[in-house]
Design a protein around this ligand. Structure first.
Ligand SMILES: COc1nc(N)nc2c1ncn2[C@H]1C[C@H](O)[C@@H](COP(=O)(O)OP(=O)(O)OP(=O)(O)O)O1
Length: 223
């Protein structure tokens, strides 16, 4: 039986807020829930009746306190995250926002912080990010991909713990390169429960239909 066989999906959003002039990206430190202790863009589940773009707008305001006009919220790609022995895939619609309104603020779920492009904390982010985020920062969108994740075994987890405690001094150095939004100290790397075992990314979408059929349902690049 295929351990990556999927029967349904959840639709999620992820917004990457970028300051092109300063060459900085706004990330949020996830304090709880799925992906806790990792830095990520802002987003979450699309609610019934919402388009992905409407969901992205709502989640950005909830998690970072800022709004983006519809024309400034641009679709960068769609990634399908698949987890071993989990039949529910996460279809994640990724957006860029180069302009925003309002005051960035922390909430109970996310702690926002600006990072220089040269100091993005990839070792404390989902492993797929190091594949597509550099492309997004170069403006090479849109992309479409499948990312396959396996849960770490106990032995692998112990190895990660050892690496993570050895790297805590490196984290302190990273903190000096980033612009802190709040007085909360930079958090050291936490072990990641999953590792990416494989991926497939389409960068040339000429052969991909506008509506990409995934698991029987359809994702549209339109909004
Ligand atoms: C597995 O790989 C992933 N990589 C990246 N970069 N981002 C991911 C991955 N898997 C999920 N995400 C993103 C997609 C969403 O932005 C969040 C998860 O959203 P969450 O489950 O927290 O959704 P909410 O609606 O905010 O959840 P609550 O029920 O807590 O409100 O992570």
């Amino acid at each position: 039986m295929d351990p990556f066989r999927i029967t349904s999906k959840k639709v999620l959003t992820l917004v990457m807020v970028i300051d092109k002039d300063q060459k900085k990206i706004l990330l949020g430190y996830k304090k709880r829930g799925f992906g806790a202790h990792l830095w990520n863009g802002f987003g979450g589940k699309v609610e019934p009746g919402e388009t992905p773009k409407e969901g992205a707008h709502r989640e950005l305001e909830e998690e970072a306190g800022i709004t983006v006009t519809p024309e400034n919220l641009k679709k960068a790609g769609i990634l399908l995250f698949l987890f071993e022995n989990d039949p529910v895939a996460l279809e994640t619609h990724i957006y860029t926002a180069y302009e925003h309104d309002g005051q960035i603020r922390e909430c109970d779920e996310m702690r926002p912080q600006w990072f220089d492009f040269a100091a993005i904390p990839f070792d404390q982010m989902w492993e797929d990010d190091k594949i597509w985020l550099p492309l997004l920062l170069k403006g090479q969108d849109p992309f479409f991909g499948r990312m396959y994740f396996k849960r770490k075994s106990i032995g692998e987890q112990e190895q990660v713990d050892a690496i993570s405690s050895a790297s805590s001094s490196a984290d302190a150095t990273l903190a000096n390169h980033s612009t802190t939004m709040t007085s909360t100290p930079f958090t050291k790397a936490e072990p990641k429960p999953f590792y990416m075992s494989d991926y497939h990314l389409e960068l040339d979408l000429t052969g991909v239909p506008k509506d990409v059929a995934l698991d029987g349902t359809v994702a549209s690049f339109e909004n």
